[in-house]
Ligand binder design. Structure first.
Ligand code: NAP
Length: 279
């Protein structure tokens, strides 16, 4: 029986338990995945609790992804390159090993026929998900990433970190509120929560005017998964642009986490069906 958990705060909207338990069933394991609300102040006690109550591992979400690395025995290269951990394995000798499966999730959700080699990307937001997107886009060969942020000053620290980790990519940062010309961009990624159910669901992170500057063969990838079709995606589709929903990223990162905990990769399709029923 696998004992797994999700820690973060708030967890009210999470459908991860449904997805993870379906994934475990699919590879023939019984398992329980407990969402346990955890604030940064609770983190140390929560980790001790998970270690001493026979948990095999856990996922980490907002606002703990960048805080948790210092509490772990080791992190792998994936987590190190983005400074963010979303999956922790607890070994038999109670060591905690962190990794990042959001990168795999982000990248795997992009259809294989989309070629981003040598192309430019734009990312809205500079948080944990944005950094996973950078690593995923780097693996797909993009040569330029333009960030749009509400706080250029704070973004400089992130930019310096990313320039060091991804020297082959040219990074720029712009104010998200200003008008944008996105005609050179092959993929636009929304990595802000703007458009998410329960948080500015009726809004778009950029204007329709900005969106209409994109080339007709460009892709809009909204990593929000609830609603399945955000206002941004709705308008992108009206303009004839290809869209990708965050649900596939959510499923693939969960699939990879299960592989890390159990050594077996479940079928992403059955996990997606369970997710669609839960949404
Ligand atoms: P995060 O670390 O808190 O980062 C959020 C980013 O959005 C920050 O750069 C923040 O700017 C910006 N932002 C927030 N509200 C904004 C606003 N009103 N105007 C402009 N910028 C704003 O969060 P995260 O972990 O990256 O998650 C971001 C989104 O991705 C969430 O909706 C989350 O549910 C989703 N997500 C999806 C998946 C998936 O598997 N599909 C995985 C991870 C995350 P500041 O830095 O200025 O605060």
């Amino acid at each position: 029986m696998y004992k797994l958990a999700l820690i973060g705060y708030p967890l009210g909207h999470s459908i991860s338990a449904v997805i993870q338990e379906e994934g475990l069933r699919n590879i023939g394991f019984e398992g329980k995945y407990d969402p346990i609300e955890t604030t940064p102040e609770d983190l140390l006690d929560r980790i001790k609790y998970l270690k001493h109550n026979n948990y095999n591992g856990f996922n980490v979400t907002i606002p703990l992804k960048t805080i948790i690395p210092v509490f772990l025995n080791d992190i792998d290269e994936k987590a190190d390159v983005v400074g963010c951990v979303n999956t922790v394995k607890i070994t038999q000798d109670e060591n905690l090993i962190g990794t990042n499966t959001d990168i795999y999730g982000f990248k795997t959700a992009i259809p294989k026929n989309i070629n981003l080699k040598g192309k430019a990307a734009a990312i809205l937001g500079t948080g944990g998900a944005a950094r996973a997107a950078v690593a995923g886009l780097s693996e797909l060969g993009v040569s330029q990433i333009d960030f749009y942020t509400r706080n250029i000053i704070n973004t400089n620290k992130v930019l310096n970190f990313l320039r060091e980790k991804f020297p082959q990519i040219k990074f720029n940062a712009f104010q998200i509120q200003n008008a944008k010309n996105l005609s050179n961009v092959s993929i636009l990624v929304n990595a802000t929560p703007i458009g998410m159910r329960g948080y500015m669901m009726d809004e778009m992170p950029i204007s329709i005017q900005d969106l209409s500057t994109m080339s007709k063969d460009a892709v809009v990838y909204d990593i929000i998964y609830n609603p399945l079709k955000t206002l941004l995606m709705e308008h992108a589709e009206k303009l004839g642009l290809q869209t990708i929903s965050g649900l596939d990223m959510l499923i693939y990162q969960a699939q990879k986490s299960i592989e890390i905990w159990t050594g077996k990769l479940p079928d992403a399709n059955v996990m997606k069906i369970a997710a669609l029923q839960a949404l």
